[in-house]
Design a binder for this molecule. Structure first.
Ligand code: ZN
Length: 85
């Protein structure tokens, strides 16, 4: 229950810092060196065709208002029905 309340507050940025190492060629020394950078990466993962979830706080997001209506209110939407590809 406490967990749920924390989720409601949600201070989650839906991002996390990850270290990215890039191999860079140094023209002066003729050697490669590793450049390290910290970048913010989204923590979202797709859970359905039109919605995705933050892997850290579990908050569900929708790609569009129509998708949100479809999943939260059951509103029929032809573009979200069975795919016809
Ligand atoms: Zn989050």
């Amino acid at each position: 229950m406490k967990n749920k309340l924390n989720n409601m507050k949600n201070s989650c940025k839906h991002q996390k810092l990850i270290e990215v190492k890039t191999s860079m060629y140094n023209h002066y020394t003729g050697e490669d060196h590793i450049e390290e950078n910290w970048v913010w990466e989204d923590t979202f993962e797709d859970i359905d065709l039109h919605r995705y979830k933050c892997t850290q706080c579990g908050k569900i997001h929708y790609y569009s208002g129509a998708a949100k209506a479809y999943y939260t209110k059951g509103t029929e939407n032809p573009t979200l029905g069975p795919t016809c590809d």
